[in-house]
Design a protein around this ligand. Structure first.
Ligand code: FCA
Length: 335
């Protein structure tokens, strides 16, 4: 009996302190509060998105709540937490697009507006959930820019394509990842690259470590190639392949990796005094994905103006030679 009372008291105390954190008393009636949930908060791309979202928050005068949500459970509790904090809406890059129907239902139950960024939610049959406004990259075209860039550099170096292997770091369960690497493959093949030399290297998670492991298998199984190229859904994936190739003696002269992103993972690589196998990156815009989505959500909450159903953003290929000017052209230079 005594023990039970004790436990009840503990539970009551915990609930009180949790609700005090969750719901500040002195919130003005018209204060706008927007959540920004990302699947991989440690990845530079997502930190940049948050940085630009903060800029929108300062400029428009709303409160931004940044939440790292690497699992479905975290997403669900984060949405409840936002509702308890009296947020009116959120932007999310989900850890798994298949959580789509569950996230939509949770947002609806909590009466929160929602918009997705980067990764588009799918329904039970794998189709995009079109009712949720989305901003993503034009994945297939950006993948083609990667493939075209690799093909141009192979030709410039005068490599015989039959001696070149391509590491295609894949993550097929994510549609934007599929479209990006498919675009790169198609562009390479269109440029005359032998399809048989493209080695699929499925990664278990979209980070450098998992890409490194996947690429190592591809390299071990294919000792016949003199040179390598690599592509993936993002810079981190290509970096994994580049590091794996380095470990086998394929350095800048024998490796052409082109990523997608243009955040610190790529920039740090370009800052190294000597070139590495990380040849280039298609720079995409964390400014548009962070700042513009936040502004769209703000206008939706404030003026009832819903964001466009679908916005696809573009990218520009950069190498260590022209990265500064490309960043400037994309409005990223001063940030
Ligand atoms: C996906 C990838 C990220 C980034 C983003 C635009 O979410 O996982 O690395 O490329 O799309």
């Amino acid at each position: 009996m005594k023990r039970r009372l004790f436990l009840t008291l503990i539970a009551a105390a915990t609930a009180t302190s949790a609700s005090m954190i969750a719901a500040p008393v002195a919130q003005a009636a018209d204060e706008v509060k927007i959540g920004f949930l990302v699947k991989q908060p440690e990845e530079p791309w997502f930190q940049d998105e948050w940085k630009f979202a903060e800029m929108a928050a300062k400029e428009k005068g709303f409160t931004l709540v940044k939440i790292g949500a690497p699992s479905g459970e975290k997403v669900m509790s984060a949405i409840d937490n936002l509702a308890a904090q009296k947020a009116q809406g959120f932007i999310i890059c989900t850890p798994d697009v298949k959580l789509g129907p569950g996230i939509v239902a949770k947002a609806k139950a909590d009466k929160l507006k929602m918009m997705t960024v980067d990764d588009r939610l799918v329904d039970g049959s794998g189709k995009p959930i079109e009712a949720v406004p989305h901003m993503g990259i034009s994945a297939y075209n950006i993948g083609k820019q990667v493939g075209d860039g690799i093909a141009a550099e192979i030709k410039k170096r005068g490599w015989d394509m039959k001696d070149v292997g391509a590491i295609d770091v894949t993550y097929e369960q994510l549609p934007t990842a599929h479209d990006r690497t498919a675009g790169a493959t198609d562009a390479l093949v269109a440029a005359g690259f032998p399809k048989a030399n493209i080695v699929m290297a499925p990664q278990a998670k979209t980070d450098t470590e998992n890409a490194f492991n996947a690429a190592n298998i591809a390299l071990t199984k294919n000792p016949q190639f003199k040179h390598w190229v690599a592509y993936a859904l993002n810079d981190e994936g290509v970096l994994g392949a580049v590091r794996a190739a380095e470990g086998r003696g394929f350095k800048a002269d024998n490796m052409i990796g082109i990523g997608i992103g243009g955040s610190d993972s790529a920039l740090n690589e370009f800052k190294k005094p000597n070139p590495t196998g990380f040849f280039g990156t298609v720079i995409i815009s964390p400014k548009r994905h962070g700042e513009e989505t936040s502004e769209l959500m703000y206008a939706w909450i404030k003026d009832g103006k819903a964001p466009p159903a679908l916005t696809l953003t573009s990218g520009m290929l950069a190498t260590r030679e022209n990265v500064a000017s490309v960043r400037q052209q994309m409005g990223l230079a001063s940030n």
